[in-house]
Design a protein around this ligand. Sequence first.
Ligand code: ZN
Length: 389
Amino acid sequence: MTERLYYQNAYATKFMGRVIFCKEANDGCFHIVLDKTLFYPEGGGQPGDNGVLGGVRILDTQEENGQIIHYGDKPLEVGIEVRGEVNWTWRFDLMQNHSGEHILSGIICNKYSCDNVGFHMGKDSVTIDFSVQIPSQDLLWLEEKANEAIWRNTPLSITYPSKNTLEQLEYRSKKELFGEVRIVQAGEYDCCACCGIHVRFAGEIGMIKMIGAQNYKGGTRIELLCGKRALTYLQRVNQAASEVGRKLSVPEDKIDEAVSKIQSERDMLIQEVKKWKWQSFLMKIEQLPENAKDVLILADELSGKDMAKLADLAAEKKNGRAMVLTPSQRGYAFVLVSRKKDAHVIETELKKQFNCKGGGKEEAVQGIIEGDENILIQFFEEKGFIYAK
Ligand SMILES: [Zn+2]
């Protein structure tokens, strides 16, 4: 069993330890075991530490059968004494986020008499899954309550209560525990069995910020940022909001209204453009020579529905045929309507000359056609179609 120095002092970063095992593993790392270590191995939802050990970079720390394995990028000689240093930036960030998670979980589990059923501490954010649906109108209050623990600089104490005391104690735990239980108490806010590393006082967490809440497996998944992560996030979001506000000439807390206004103006303009586009098609059809029975229309960005509507209208007006083409990702989308009930015949001819896929009835076919625009126009002009430019 490796001696766990991090439980004696979670704030110590430097130590000396003796190498008792070192072997290259299949994962490309050297698995190094010391007699004692300050490196925290992944556990209790908290990722493992990284840092330096005797000049060797330690990328991760894991635990196997009571032994703490340091994942080194180089080997270390067994028997020698080495100096280790834990990456404090990484460790302290995890401590802030783990303690923040406890406080928020404690508040939520107390308020809704629910359980924390999942916890993942990623390098970007922390997610916590609760067994109940948390009303969305409560989220801001819960966040404020969690931050209140920080403002009060609530102490986080770690104890190993006796069996009798433990039986009387109300504490959160994801599983039934046997033997010595490590209890992390955050004042009135939380009491939880945990093997992770925590800050001494909630003030060190700095800030607790929820950045998302969604329904998850019948309960709620909350995404959380604490400490520097929360500050960095707020700086980034504030910068983006300021930038949008500057572009829209409104204060950043009014950008939502300003964007909604732009969206409705844009929707109105789209409708207006559609109306004018339609008018111009009607004019094109009106301007066709009296004797023109068959029409070819090449139009930009028409929906399938509008293509069919336009082809129908033109064929009806002229009592003949109408072919409407619009550029698509691959060639052109087309709709061919024929009052002469020979849409299939023309489609068959198209298939002979072009790469064409389509289907429909005698009155109308639609599909996709690939080919040069001028050759397509020529094909229809040869058949007596008038190209409505
Ligand atoms: Zn914990």
